[in-house]
Design a protein around this ligand. Structure first.
Ligand code: NAD
Length: 510
């Protein structure tokens, strides 16, 4: 039985749900449906443990004098030592036994000019989550996030947003989200594999192609999905046919063509239609971008292919600016095909000026694409932004207080639930292909994606403008609320009306 809504006290969750409640009021949402949607169906919280590898930890300057006479060591096999984001190095088993010269004193070793303390691998415990918000329209669907800043409230917000997004994209799924409280940059690939296998070991009874379907999100990718699939199918012969348990897989193991780029691609389709509706050319339009990960880098590549000009990028470790336009292909090389760039950051890119994050948000441009984390645009940033439109690649990048400021300043928003719905839409295509044992071409995937995103975005614009439209592919009549509303409200109205129809027509199980 679903619990009564528990806490009505103020939290990031209750704040994020305000847009839901306002839309529910606006359409007079059935009270029972509102209660069903107000809190998630299930909140799973558990712990995963793993054995870490040995590390070389840079020695503090204060200790270095003690080892001034320590002779340098040389480890010939370079892959036995792996640099991490925090300056530590992974020391593979046997690294010090292989060919090379090794001098160790008091647990300290010198490699090149640097001194390191050898730290034995410890066992570590991580908090893990899976929130299953609602399945009225189909199996729970949503990403897996590996990030140090996650919390139950955050996953509740993101799971609810998946329920709205799957409804807006009109794919037959509900909403879920989960992940692990971990900074994946501080762990080796092998450690992350072990942690992921443990996570899926605990999760495998709770997910499945007809039950709950995880996908990549911040800090995870197709490789993590492959590990999750292996754990799900391990020792279970029939499960090898159930590739649709996770989406966002590599195309060689059942992933869909176009999935890696899908979120950026969907965003670009929305931006293209926003410009078309305004009658302004996208070619030559200037944009700023936050986040150069999966969503940001692909959106940048596609938008620049459409003629838009990227003038600044901010990510977790730096901000670059070039008013003449940044070459996206070159920047991608710098970030992703550059062994020196351990942080995989745009920071240090030699062809751009360094600016502060504050100055980044205040740059004059035609539009902004936040494609990093949530709550990055607060009211004070919204006051100072000099763009005409914001296309939300990230989930929940705009705080509710900032929304009000943007509305007052007439800065339009393409809300996350449609702007980044390309990912879940192509995840749906991947899931269908897995079920049917088919493989579609990228052109087929993108053709379907373009139609799906554009028709649902057009419906949102119809609802926002209180405009009756009846065409071969859409009919806005039953969604209008009798007056103009913001695009974020319009998207929520579309989501709720579609979900409510399920409860209205199917009823409630007792
Ligand atoms: P990613 O891990 O590939 O990239 C995240 C990017 O954000 C990196 O460039 C990182 O440096 C940057 N970043 C992190 N913290 C930052 C900070 N404090 N300030 C500035 N930049 C910061 O993640 P992704 O898959 O590209 O996801 C980005 C956003 O898009 C998330 O909100 C995610 O939920 C959303 N999203 C992703 C998908 C998908 O298919 N991957 C689909 C829908 C929505």
């Amino acid at each position: 039985m679903k619990p009564e809504p528990t806490s009505k006290t103020h939290s990031i969750y209750t704040e994020a749900m305000e847009v839901f409640h306002r839309a529910a009021d606006l359409i007079g949402l059935d009270h029972r449906v509102r209660l069903e949607l107000e809190e998630p169906d299930y909140e799973h919280i558990f712990y995963v443990t793993t054995q870490l590898e040995d590390r070389l930890v840079p020695l503090a300057d204060s200790e270095a004098a003690t080892y001034s006479n320590l002779a340098p060591s040389s480890i010939l096999e370079k892959n036995m030592i792996v640099p991490l984001y925090d300056g530590k190095l992974i020391l593979r088993p046997g690294a010090l036994r292989g060919a090379g010269v090794v001098h160790i004193e008091g647990g300290v070793i010198r490699l090149g000019p640097k001194l390191f303390r050898i730290e034995k691998g410890t066992t570590e415990q991580f908090k893990a989550y899976r929130v299953q918000h609602n399945q009225a329209r189909g199996p729970y669907k949503g990403g897996v996030r590996y990030h140090h800043g996650v919390s139950l409230d955050l996953f509740k917000i993101l799971a609810a947003e998946m329920t709205w997004k799957t409804s807006i994209a009109n794919v037959p799924f509900g909403g879920g989200k989960g992940g692990i409280k971990i900074d994946p940059r501080l762990y080796s690939r092998e450690e992350l594999e072990a942690i992921t296998l443990r996570y899926m070991y605990r999760l495998k009874q709770l997910v499945g192609p007809n039950l709950d379907i995880p996908a990549p999100d911040v800090g995870t990718n197709g490789e993590v999905m492959a590990w999750m699939f292996r754990q799900y199918s391990d020792g279970e012969r029939e499960r090898h046919a159930l590739r649709g348990v996770v989406t966002g897989k590599d195309v060689q193991i059942g992933g869909s063509e176009g999935r890696v780029k899908a979120t950026g691609q969907g965003l670009a389709y929305c931006v293209e239609d926003w410009f078309a509706e305004k009658g302004i050319p996208l070619k030559g339009a200037r944009f700023i971008l936050q986040g150069f990960g999966n969503v940001g880098s692909n959106a940048a590549e596609i938008l620049s292919g459409m003629g838009a000009k990227l003038i600044a990028v901010n990510d977790a470790d730096g901000t670059i600016y070039d008013p003449k336009g940044i070459d996206v292909a070159q920047l991608t090389q710098w970030v992703y095909n550059n062994p020196e760039n351990v942080k995989k950051s745009v920071g240090g890119y030699p062809m751009g000026q360094v600016i502060s994050k504050k100055d980044f948000w205040e740059l004059e441009a035609d539009f902004a694409v936040p494609a990093a984390l949530g709550n990055e645009i607060d009211a004070s940033i919204a006051e100072k932004m000099k763009v005409k439109m914001i296309a939300e690649g990230a989930n929940h990048p705009t705080e509710p207080a900032a929304d009000a400021v943007l509305e007052a300043r007439k800065i339009e928003v393409i809300p996350d639930v449609i702007a980044n719905a390309g990912g879940v839409t192509v995840s749906y295509y991947e899931w269908i292909q897995n079920k049917r044992m088919e493989h579609w071409t990228e052109a087929e995937v993108n053709g379907r994606l373009e139609r799906a995103i554009k028709v649902n975005y057009a419906l949102i614009r119809d609802i926002a403008a209180n405009r009756v439209t009846r065409t071969g592919d859409r009919d806005s009549t039953s969604f209008l609320v009798g007056r103009k509303i913001s695009s974020r409200q319009a998207a929520m109205v579309l989501a709720l009306k579609r979900i409510e129809a399920h409860y209205r027509l199917e009823g409630f199980s007792q």
